[in-house]
Ligand binder design. Structure first.
Ligand code: HEM
Length: 490
């Protein structure tokens, strides 16, 4: 083995304990002190007189009343002897411990990962030139992370919350991250609203309690969220377990020359021809909408098999970093506004959460060879011995990859801040509600009545929500109005 290419790792095959720099540790139980318990007062004087020998801040905390039994009924103050600053192993151990926690994800903090593989079962090479989709039978290693969205790293999993469903495909042409949720739609369609949305859903900054009045206040301005709420307040809002949970990519990606979204189940896609985008009563790039399966059928692509637990929670869950911008040739972004915002957000937060070289961490690094001139920076542990770290060069044999196609669509128009034309906020949530059995509808109504009954939900907000649900389904609005004794105001 080339010792200089060795990845730093704490190994069980080490013959003895060592410091992080590899020096042998001869005692991992006790810190290095000077002095004994005898002649206490004399020793204290010596210590006080010899500042250089001790860590001053440790001093007070180690002065203690000794047990009367142990010292023949003599009550005394004693020291075990001051700890030496030169006990490098102790300082390193404590300093490392002091820094064990890293910032948790700003959303999706609580999660669990599993490893396995994706296997192509149906040929879609006519839709995409992605290497990992090249033919049935091709297998690609994956790691998946399931998560809750709103609460902290240590929060319960039983809370009503959407669930994250993120898959990293380690393909031969680099990683492909599919960063989806368990619902096929989302709360808002414009990334500008995401931070406010998360603030409203997160605990109240004053009390640190999640409160419905804040959530309902914010979303009363956003009727496009109704469809998402028809999932969240449904039985699906608290999934049975990961095994029975669907995952949906939600955002639309472009398969070269075809549009596609990856909506549900393990591995199906729905595709539309970009020329047909205007044929619907909704905007296909609007993430608050599903693509109806009777019009745009699910096409099977492959299966996802999770057959291996992770070895280490921190390395393969906390340090795991997904990003919707990480794609492979054959898959490209669409003009979906929410996706465009996400393309920026994830790597940005990861550079803060994990550091600028987070893609060198083993769980995030591609499994294929990779090379570029990004170098140095905090915690860069890539060993490089080239002299040419610029491009182009007549001396560097590195060359461009073969050109791969990107969508040829032409963009033109005025710069503008605008909302989409076909908002159509109420049709799909209403259809969804009507598709349920009466007892499921009843549970949905009860959850809304509970939420809208909270004392700090204002009369105005309550009326707006009843009005929204009336527009989705008249009978639903009437039920809510009669339970809450309110008449829709708009
Ligand atoms: C503009 C909209 C959005 C923004 C700005 C955004 C931002 C973020 C950020 C900053 C994180 C933390 C990432 C990390 O620390 O590693 C995150 C995690 C996540 N987001 Fe989003 N998000 C958006 C929309 C969505 C949507 C629509 C979905 C699902 C379809 C989604 C699914 C996820 C998942 C699954 C994770 C957790 C990934 C993991 O397990 O590490 N997000 N998001």
């Amino acid at each position: 083995m080339d010792p200089y290419k060795h990845r730093p790792s704490s190994a069980f095959n080490s013959p003895y304990w060592t410091t992080n720099s590899g020096a042998p540790i001869w005692n991992n139980n006790s810190s290095l002190t000077v002095g004994s318990r005898a002649n206490l007062w004399q020793k204290m004087n010596i210590v006080i007189g010899c500042e250089g020998f001790r860590l001053g801040s440790f001093f007070d905390s180690r002065v203690r009343i000794m047990s009367t039994q142990r010292f023949d009924l003599q009550i005394t103050l004693s020291l075990t002897g001051p700890i030496l600053l030169e006990d490098y192993h102790l300082v390193e151990k404590i300093a490392n411990f002091d820094r064990e926690r890293i910032p948790e994800r700003v959303v999706h903090a609580r999660g669990a990962s599993a490893k396995g593989f994706f296997e192509v079962t149906h040929d879609i090479s006519n839709l995409s030139c992605a290497d990992f989709l090249r033919a049935p039978g091709v297998q690609t290693p994956v790691i998946v992370r399931f998560s809750t969205v709103i609460h902290e790293r240590g929060s319960p999993e039983t809370l009503r919350d959407p669930r994250g469903f993120a898959v990293k495909f380690y393909t031969r042409e680099g990683n492909f991250d599919l960063v989806g949720n368990n619902f096929p739609v989302f709360f808002v369609r414009d990334g500008m609203k995401f931070p406010d949305m998360v603030h409203a859903l997160k605990p109240n900054p004053k009390s640190h309690i999640q409160e419905n009045w804040r959530i309902l206040d914010f979303f009363s301005h956003h009727p496009e969220s109704l469809h998402m709420f028809s999932f969240l307040f449904d039985d699906l809002g608290v999934p049975q377990d990961y095994r029975h949970m669907e995952g949906a990519g939600v955002n639309t990606y472009t398969l070269i020359n075809k549009l596609a979204t990856i909506p549900s189940g393990n591995c199906f896609i729905q595709t539309i021809d970009p020329d047909h985008e205007d044929r619907f009563d909704f905007d296909p790039l609007d993430v608050t909408k599903i693509w109806p399966e009777d019009i745009l059928p699910l096409q099977p692509v492959g299966r996802l098999v999770l057959n291996k637990n992770i070895d280490n929670f921190f390395a393969e869950n906390e340090q795991l970093a997904f990003c919707p911008a990480i794609v492979v040739p054959g898959i490209y972004y669409s003009d979906d506004k929410l996706l465009q915002t996400r393309i920026f957000s994830y790597s940005d937060t990861q550079r803060h959460r994990l550091g600028p070289n987070y893609l060198q961490l083993p769980v995030n690094a591609p499994k294929c060879v990779h090379h570029n001139n990004h170098h140095e920076g905090f915690m860069n542990f890539m060993h490089r011995d080239e002299e040419i770290n610029y491009f182009p060069s007549r001396l560097d044999p590195s060359r461009h990859a073969e050109r791969f196609p990107i969508p040829p669509a032409v963009c033109s128009g005025r710069r503008e801040k605008c909302v989409i034309e076909k908002e159509n906020n109420f049709k799909q949530p209403g259809e969804r509600y009507r598709s349920w059995e009466p007892d499921r509808q009843e549970r949905f109504v009860r959850r809304w009545v509970d939420a809208l009954s909270e004392p700090r939900v204002t009369h105005e907000v309550r009326s707006i929500w009843i009005s929204y649900w009336s527009q989705a389904d008249k009978s639903l609005g009437q039920k809510l109005a009669s339970h809450l004794n309110v008449r829709p105001s708009i």
